[in-house]
Design a protein around this ligand. Structure first.
Ligand SMILES: [Zn+2]
Length: 459
């Protein structure tokens, strides 16, 4: 999982990334757009010699952001070496002589499917940091002392995560939603897993999975693509590179009933409910757009929207509502709907909040989305996506994921004139898919005073 700066990553970052990805291709078609003035945004310049390299040149950017995405994570851990991907990432970032300077500029983290190394630096130092990152492909050597130190750091990281009720519940939701799929694996593993890891496990993981031709390097900021291409060719050669295909998710059997997780915790001030669903959904640009627009609509505060917003209906109960979606694997999307009541509100208010959300989804599933509302949502989403892309920093991680997934880079830049139409019926289809999700998990986080029996044990 996250490494040097525990505050820099975690659920919120994962969610933000998910939203970025969902909005990355928000598209629509309307005549009105031809009169809009869109901000100029950098377009990625990509090449595939030695490594898949995408550069987002922007001479006005104050810093350069560099992301090296290794397409291997906890899902690739051997059965007898759970946590090997995570241990390797710690050792490389902090104890590999060539790579350790990157730790001054950045961070790295391990998900089920990837290990991105992220660095922010000046234009002057960008090539040095790229050099240091590319050293990740050399066969590393570590000391027993480094292993001991990082094992302790990882155990501490594990305890920090377990101290957060949100983190604990997120791990349980993930494990329940994804069943036995490797995509649901915890990168850290159990205490026993961490204690059993040896240097050989990290080295073997490196040998098996750290391949430049399968990796993706994204650099955004005041840099010239040809300079970076030349440097990459010098270090890695010019053999053809292609990103590793994404891991496929074995279809999980549909749950006969809703899976409930209840957790009472003194750290929770007011009741929260998280509804998580796994949905089979087309993985194309129109599908992504429909997901982004549906999530946007569910929290819409558009003036003149024909339906009252959630906040207006249930304001007395509601503290916050959040929606997120992330592509887990080709054809599969995970949704998360988070409902949080105000302090002092009884836990059964969550049932009423959920009913409002469900009614809204059912309505959209039946009727689609009003065409005019859809157009306005789309305009706002494209504006937002463009503003985000105009700042290369913070965009690079999403672009690395996008590139690794083998998507069409032309659609990375959201252009209204090339945007395909999202029809109300497509929004209705995703709402229907959510309503008949393959697996639905409802997790309640309650203040300790409203303790209810645990329905599942902590893993
Ligand atoms: Zn870590």
């Amino acid at each position: 999982m996250l490494c040097r700066r525990p505050d820099a990553h975690g659920t919120s970052r994962a969610l933000m990334l998910a939203i970025t990805l969902a909005l990355g291709v928000v598209v629509s078609s309307t005549q009105a757009w031809s009169t809009q003035a869109w901000p100029q945004v950098p377009s990625p310049v990509c090449s595939a010699k030695g490594i898949t390299l995408c550069v987002l040149p922007d001479e006005t950017a104050p810093v350069v952001e560099i992301v090296l995405r290794i397409p291997a994570g906890a899902a690739d851990d051997p059965a007898d070496a759970a946590g090997a991907a995570h241990l390797l990432e710690h050792l490389l970032l902090l104890h590999a002589p060539d790579l350790a300077p990157v730790a001054e500029h950045g961070n790295a983290f391990v998900s089920a499917v990837a290990t991105p190394y992220v660095a922010t630096t000046s234009a002057r130092e960008a090539l040095d940091v790229v050099d240091a990152l590319l050293a990740v492909f050399r066969t590393p050597a570590f000391t027993a002392e480094a292993l001991a130190r990082e094992r302790t750091a990882i155990l501490r990281e594990r305890e920090t995560r377990r101290a957060s009720p949100q983190s604990r519940i997120a791990a349980r939701i993930g494990a329940t939603l994804l069943g036995g799929s490797p995509l649901g694996r915890d990168p850290i593993g159990t205490r026993e897993d961490v204690e059993a890891l040896r240097l050989e496990d990290a080295i073997a993981f490196h040998a098996a999975h750290y391949r430049a031709d399968e990796a993706v390097l994204v650099v955004g900021g005041d840099v010239r693509p040809e300079v970076l291409q030349a440097r990459v060719a010098e270090v890695l050669g010019t053999a053809e590179a292609r990103p590793k295909p994404p891991l496929s998710l074995e279809p999980v059997p549909p749950a006969a009933e809703r899976v409930a997780i209840v957790s009472a915790d003194p750290a929770i001030g007011a009741p929260e409910r998280i509804l998580a669903a796994l949905v089979r959904f087309p993985d194309d640009a129109a599908g992504s757009a429909a997901v982004g627009l549906l999530l946007d609509y569910l929290t819409s505060d558009l003036p003149g929207a024909p339906r009252p917003t959630l906040e207006a209906q249930e304001d007395a109960l509601l503290r916050a509502v959040g929606f997120g979606a992330s592509r887990l694997a080709p054809g599969w999307t995970a949704f998360e709907i988070r409902l949080a009541a105000r302090p002092g509100v009884p836990a059964d208010a969550l049932d009423r909040l959920e009913a409002v959300v469900r009614a809204r989804l059912a309505e959209i599933a039946r009727e689609g989305l009003d065409r005019e509302i859809l157009v306005r949502l789309s305009q706002r989403a494209v504006s937002r996506a463009r503003a985000a892309q105009a700042r290369p920093v913070g965009t690079s991680v999403a672009l690395a994921e996008w590139t690794a997934a083998g998507r069409d880079l032309a659609s990375w830049e959201t252009r209204p004139e090339t945007a395909a139409a999202v029809a109300p019926a497509e929004i209705a289809a995703i709402a229907r898919a959510l309503a008949t999700a393959h697996r639905l998990v409802a997790a309640d986080l309650l203040p300790e005073t409203t303790r209810q029996p645990e329905t599942r044990r902590e893993p």
